[in-house]
Design a protein around this ligand. Structure first.
Ligand code: CA
Length: 374
């Protein structure tokens, strides 16, 4: 198994058999329920395992890796499995933690002002999204309808979005809850968080631009968010952990920890078979422990299954941006795809795939195709 890719835990089913927990390695799923790992693995979601905490997570990973090492345990070829949403999403939070993305978005949407607003370097800006529309990779996305104001028009119209976009993000999954009223410090990150998934925060830029003032993202984001079918446990990412980039000014004391949790994970976005973006999660300004600490700094409690996403991950170089908004500079510089067609924003039928890789660890891909509006 020396060269075998390791991905993580998910929920799958096969013909005539109920959903259960497996571990994806290479192109095969190790069937952990059939391997006799216990009742938590015969469940249709990872939630029971998530709730058990770090000792149980390490035990589960250890046993899965041991079975793989020995070539034991029942396997299911990936193409024969149906993949399910791996956990019941409790709350969904989306941050805005990439300095380059926040700067690009500021330049595009507020060209006459300082691109970063005054709070940005003091806290990881975020909003609460819609947990009920988080779906598993492979789920099509229906082009949303909504209010958009065409350029130069006085009044908005209710119509299909013409500026549908993807956002490449890294999300973390909470396992162990916290108590209401008690902030979770950055240092407690690995006691509460089970692992990570790639996230595509589908975004309708025209709806977003019209509706967002002054309260922020709503229907331009909530129609659908896609995540990997596989959650990669933090313990598999130890070798990818690096020190985060410097922060200036230094954060306030309650957000100062967790700087050793940047992840050197190479990322890419493929659009209709053409790789249109290559970046790395280590460029994020705010780390996952800082995001978690900020989200609970007012005493808001965590629940098993909470999903918190980084925000679009964009690097400093052209071609490393995690959204079409930035890659095409709001449509001004369309991308050329391998089939000769150009894209400013997504068209019906387009397929987007997000991928992430850190050495032998390959995050679960996030795949989705755009369907016409209904
Ligand atoms: Ca986002």
């Amino acid at each position: 198994m020396a060269d075998e890719r390791l991905t993580g835990f998910g929920v799958f089913s096969t013909m005539g058999e109920p959903p259960r927990v497996g571990f994806l390695a290479g192109d095969e799923i190790l069937d952990l329920a059939a391997a006799g790992l216990g009742r938590d693995f015969a469940e249709p979601s990872l939630n029971p395992l998530l709730a058990r905490g770090r000792g149980a997570w390490e035990d589960a990973l250890g046993r899965a890796l041991e079975l793989l090492e020995r070539g034991q345990g029942p396997r299911v070829p990936l193409p024969e499995a149906t993949l399910h949403l791996p956990f019941q999403v409790a709350d969904y939070v989306d941050f805005f933690s990439s300095l380059e993305h926040a700067t690009n978005a500021g330049r595009i949407f507020r060209p006459d002002q300082e691109p970063l607003l005054p709070n940005w370097r003091w806290l990881p800006v975020g909003y609460h999204g819609r947990a009920g529309t988080v779906v598993v990779s492979g789920t099509d996305v229906v082009r949303p309808r909504g209010q958009r104001r065409p350029p130069g028009a006085d009044a908005p119209e209710y119509a299909p979005s013409r500026r549908l976009d993807f956002e490449l993000e890294l999300g973390f999954v909470v396992g162990v809850p916290s108590r209401l009223g008690e902030p979770v410090p950055p240092e407690a990150f690995a006691d509460h968080v089970f692992g990570v998934v790639l996230v595509n925060d589908w975004s309708a830029r025209d709806l977003q631009a019209w509706e967002s003032a002054p309260l922020g993202p709503f229907l331009g984001k909530s129609f659908q968010t896609s995540i990997s079918a596989w959650v990669t446990p933090l313990a598999l990412l130890e070798e990818a952990r690096v020190e985060a980039r410097p922060q200036e000014p230094p954060p306030l004391p309650h957000l100062a920890g967790g700087r050793d949790w940047a992840l050197d994970v190479a990322l890419e976005v493929e659009l209709n078979g053409t790789v249109v973006s290559r970046g790395n999660a280590r460029t994020l300004y705010w780390t996952m422990p800082q995001q978690l600490a900020h989200a609970t700094s007012n005493g808001a409690s965590l629940r098993t299954g909470d999903l918190m996403a980084s925000g679009t991950i964009s690097g400093a170089e052209r071609g490393s941006e995690g959204s079409l908004l930035e890659l095409t500079w709001n449509g001004a510089e369309p991308l050329l795809l391998a089939d000769g067609s150009e894209r400013s924003f997504l068209e019906d039928g387009d397929e987007v795939v997000l991928r992430g890789r850190a050495g032998a660890v390959e995050l679960g891909e996030v795949r989705g195709r755009v369907l016409p509006s209904r």
